[in-house]
Design a protein around this ligand. Structure first.
Ligand code: AMP
Length: 563
């Protein structure tokens, strides 16, 4: 998107909202934000066609926060979301954007949590209520007046809400709100059922949609990798091990993300720098010059900062964060494949962003094939290949110049040339992991985010909304197929105990005396975790692990059966 820097400032948002957006590190509004914010600020009803990843939450949150009256301690805006996870995300976004608005509070209302405190927060005057429809209807049954002061309504992911069967609940909710309210509906698709709702409950709505012209991208090989949002850094580091790139530009969404990722890459020895809108023009030029002449190999940039950047050395573009729309995707990847060369574009996709991937494929008319994270063996092979390539040119005349020295050193130390060469290698590679076991130990675990293992609680398989979440004490989910030769085991430790997959992995590897390959998929859920362990010798292994503690708590792994 070609917007001027400072685009948010032109949008007429409340100064405190604008200040919070700037503090968040957003540099420019996304396409849906540019279009929707003025419409919502003007008080119109609106239908926005946009999916996750386009910045739709801020597209309604920013103007709504700008329009509410913080002095009035009563619910003023209601956001309806299909699932608890989305409701929580939206509530968190509102809290972020309301950081500089003292007196504004946000309450998330969803099933599975006690009703009393939710109702109390509403009655205490939370101005923003983010709710799942089922639970909100339960509240309405107790107190039909809870929504009587609502002036702004947003239906977020309306198509998902209907798919989950919330139609009747929506009707009850519509009736409980003043007719004079503003209503905004966001939906990725506009099937007949959504249009019917809009016709019945919205007044003369404006339509907002990001136009997607077909775009052509040639000479660029495009691939994507499914990854969970919190594993992106680890995934980038792992991918870079095997990608043969000359120079690479990585795109992220915020200034902070440019700094964080560039720092993580530098820490691993890459010649990397950040490029964002805060960086002064002369420094920016220095970064680009360095990328041109090879003093830098990687630049991590926001879209704004990378504008106009033309460096023929760039062989790779990595979309670490998803672009907001297909146009900016095409724009970004056009940084490679310059001057008739071929380029490679990598796109990291979180499970929630799958739909955006499909849109990109449709608009560009090209399939963006999937790649998997390289495993330890591939990482090792790539490292050895790099080492071979760097040493090969040195071998030719080394013996003539250093052969005598080698004889003297081996005689002096009393070791074989092989032992000495190995020691020199260790020194030259700075102790880098160069055996399979070492690489396995070093590589941070990046659980598979592929289609078979939805981990984010917001995934479709988990979309029970505020329908009962638990059955027989278990969280309900589509079963994940078991890896070959493995048995699934369960521990009562989960995310709520502060446990991450890597903690479980570390403990089981150490105390079970296993190697990484022995352990299959690890799924950490809120109140428990599942770990795949070798079927063979399982009982003995569980015996070994019987006193193991993780995060100070007993692990107590047991064989787990799906049924
Ligand atoms: P959404 O489509 O609302 O799920 O937003 C996707 C992600 O984009 C969220 O992580 C937001 O924090 C982020 N985001 C939204 N608007 C902007 C913006 N203008 N600049 C940078 N990041 C943004």
């Amino acid at each position: 998107m070609t917007q001027e820097i400072g685009g948010f400032a032109a949008l007429d948002l409340h100064p405190n909202v604008l200040a919070a957006v700037i503090a968040t590190g957003y540099e420019e509004p996304s396409a849906i934000q540019i279009q929707a914010i003025p419409v919502i600020l003007a008080g119109h009803d609106m239908i926005g066609q946009a999916q996750t990843g386009t910045g739709k939450t801020a597209a309604f949150a920013l103007p709504i926060l700008s329009r509410i009256d913080p002095a009035k301690r009563q619910p003023q805006a209601l956001i309806l979301a299909p699932t608890r996870e989305l409701a929580l995300q939206v509530a968190t976004a509102f809290e972020t954007y309301a950081k500089q608005m003292p007196g504004v509070s946000v309450i998330a209302v969803y099933g599975g949590a006690p009703m009393g405190p939710q109702l109390k927060a509403i009655r205490n005057g939370a101005q923003i209520v983010v709710a799942t429809p089922g639970r909100l209807v339960d509240h309405l049954r107790r107190d039909e007046k809870v929504l009587s002061t609502i002036q702004h309504l947003v239906l977020d992911e309306a198509d998902e809400m209907l798919k989950l069967g919330f139609m009747d609940d929506l009707e009850v909710i519509f009736k409980a709100m003043p007719e004079s309210r503003q209503s905004v509906l966001f939906s990725a698709t506009l099937p007949h059922s959504i249009r019917a709702i809009a016709e019945k409950h919205l007044r003369d709505p404006k339509h907002v949609k990001i136009e997607t012209k077909t775009q052509t991208v040639t000479a660029i090989e495009q691939v994507h990798l499914m990854v969970h949002a919190d594993q992106k850094h680890a995934a980038v580091l792992r991918l870079l091990e095997v990608e043969e790139f000359d120079a690479l530009i990585g795109f992220v969404r915020t200034k902070q993300a440019t700094l964080d990722l560039a720092a993580a890459l530098e820490a691993k020895g890459y010649k990397a720098a950040a490029l964002n809108g805060d960086i002064a023009q002369n420094q920016r030029e220095r970064v680009i010059d360095s990328l041109k002449d090879g003093r830098l190999d990687i630049v991590i940039a926001t879209d704004v900062a990378a504008r106009g950047l033309d460096v023929p050395r760039i062989t790779h573009v990595m979309n670490v964060d998803m672009p907001y729309d297909p146009e900016s995707y095409v724009h970004r990847i056009g940084r490679t494949g310059r001057a008739g060369r071929t380029g490679r574009a990598l796109l990291l996709v979180t499970p929630r962003e799958r739909r955006m991937l499909q849109v990109i494929e449709r608009v560009t008319g090209q399939k963006v094939g999937e790649v998997k994270l390289p495993d330890a063996q591939q990482v090792l092979d790539a490292r050895i290949k790099k080492l071979t390539n760097s040493l090969a040119p040195l071998v030719a005349d080394a013996e003539a110049s250093h052969g005598d020295l080698l004889d003297r050193l081996t005689a002096g130390i009393g070791c074989s040339p092989r032992a000495l060469a190995a020691a020199l290698l260790r020194k030259a590679t700075n102790g880098q992991a160069l055996t399979l076991a070492e690489v396995q130990r070093d590589q941070p675990l990046v659980p598979d985010a592929g289609s078979s293992a939805p981990r984010e609680r917001s995934e479709r398989s988990d979309r029970g909304g505020d329908r009962p979440e638990r059955e027989g004490g278990r969280e309900r989910r589509a079963p994940v197929p078991l890896s070959e030769g493995k048995a699934r085991c369960r521990t009562a430790l989960g995310a709520r105990d502060g446990i991450a997959a890597k903690n479980l992995l570390g403990a089981i590897l150490n105390e079970g005396g296993l190697v990484r390959e022995d352990i299959g998929r690890i799924q950490v859920r809120e109140s428990f975790s599942l770990v795949e362990l070798p079927e063979e010798g399982l009982e003995r292994l569980l015996g070994k692990l019987k006193d193991t503690r993780v995060g100070g708590k007993p692990l107590k792994l047991r064989r787990y059966r799906e049924d």
